[in-house]
Design a protein around this ligand. Structure first.
Ligand SMILES: Nc1ncnc2c1ncn2[C@@H]1O[C@H](COP(=O)(O)OP(=O)(O)OP(=O)(O)O)[C@@H](O)[C@H]1O
Ligand SMILES: [Mg+2]
Length: 333
């Protein structure tokens, strides 16, 4: 399974936050990841620091105008994370595609152009079950459904399940519900716990055990155009997305368990030699970032998350600035 659509027709449940941060965490482990912004609101686009008003080629151009996807793919601050950006122009696609040939499969053929270039593709869907979402469900192998731990959380899920069944029957028999992600969870709150229990009772092992807490850093990071990993790697929000990533790897890369564990001593040496941070800072990163992935024994792509982001030569090569890194680290020591 490689292409995942983040779907829930309910608005504001954490689709974009999850798409963006899961994609960023996976890319930080050197998996090649594409985030495809299929929501005319363009929140994934701006959340990764891309200016929506200054785009040469967008999701609209590749889906409606048949432009090659290679012209729309942009770099981000994480070297292995790319994005196909969008803006409000995509609203027109819902209307223009109605009369188009093979209108439900446009995205499938667009993504086939680049499937060998990425280990994972995440599609951030709009809060509706319109033609754009149908395109995403036709193109994806797995659906990830963020469910907000609030009143009415389950509302609409039966409609979503029916849509999925219809797509499986008529357009994409491969499609599976890959996972349910509980978002904005507050363990001190009865309602939050009740919703989590209900969702777990219904969807059982489809529900990821990593719950995403309500965390102010997660809501601040998009306005800085940064994934949580670069905005505040030590926040509870970052920790939870790292746990989710470890679980995701465990679930979808079962063979990766056979791989070696990373060479941690070498990583420590890199850190201290480069004087990017002191040993204490390194240890803190070890505990918050790296541990989750190592614990789950998922090291297919060998480099630990922290090494990828903070290693000296990576900083030179990538557009991650030392200031950003120091701020993320400094604030949390
Ligand atoms: N765990 C969280 N803690 C705090 N704020 C969050 C969290 N997850 C998301 N948010 C904030 O809640 C709002 C909605 O989240 P998000 O945009 O990810 O939802 P969405 O499902 O993509 O929304 P839409 O349906 O409009 O596309 C955003 O302002 C986001 O920053
Ligand atoms: Mg969104």
């Amino acid at each position: 399974m490689k292409t995942f659509a983040l779907v829930n027709q309910k608005g504001g449940v954490g689709k974009t936050t999850t798409a963006l941060n899961l994609a960023a965490c996976l890319a930080a482990t050197e998996r090649r990841v594409l985030l495809f912004d299929l929501d005319p609101q363009g929140n994934a686009t701006s959340g990764l620091g891309v200016n929506k008003n200054d785009l040469k080629s967008t999701t609209y151009d590749v889906i409606v105008k048949n432009q090659p996807i290679s012209e729309a793919i942009l770099d981000t601050k994480i070297p292995d994370l790319k994005i196909v950006p969008t803006n409000t122009q995509l609203v027109a696609a819902e209307i223009e595609l109605v009369s188009a040939f093979s209108r439900e499969r446009r995205l499938t053929s667009v993504l086939s152009q680049c499937e060998n270039d990425f280990d994972y593709i995440f599609i951030d869907c709009p809060p509706s079950l319109g033609l754009l979402t149908v395109n995403a469900l036709s193109a994806a192998q797995g659906i990830l459904v963020p469910v907000q731990c609030e009143y009415y959380a389950l509302e609409g899920l039966s409609e979503l399940t029916q849509t999925i069944e219809m797509i499986q029957k008529h357009l994409n028999p491969q499609l599976e519900t890959a996972g349910i992600i509980l978002t904005m969870y507050d363990g001190r709150n009865n309602l939050s716990r009740q919703v989590a229990e209900e969702v777990e009772a219904f969807f059982q092992d489809k529900v990821f055990s990593a719950k995403i807490p309500r965390n102010v850093k997660l809501s601040e990071s998009p306005s800085h155009g940064l994934p949580i990993l670069l905005y505040d790697a030590f926040s509870k929000g970052a920790e939870s997305y790292m746990s989710l990533t470890a679980e995701f790897i465990h679930r979808f890369e079962p063979n990766s368990e056979q791989n070696e564990t990373p060479k941690e001593d070498q990583t420590i040496q890199n850190y201290t030699q480069n004087h990017i941070m002191d040993h204490k800072a390194y240890e803190a990163i070890e505990n918050t970032i790296h541990q989750e992935i190592v614990q789950a024994n998922h090291t297919t792509h060998s480099d630990p998350l922290s090494q990828k982001i903070y290693k000296d030569d990576e900083i030179t090569d990538s557009s991650i600035s030392l200031d950003e890194i120091n701020r993320a680290i400094g604030e949390n020591l």
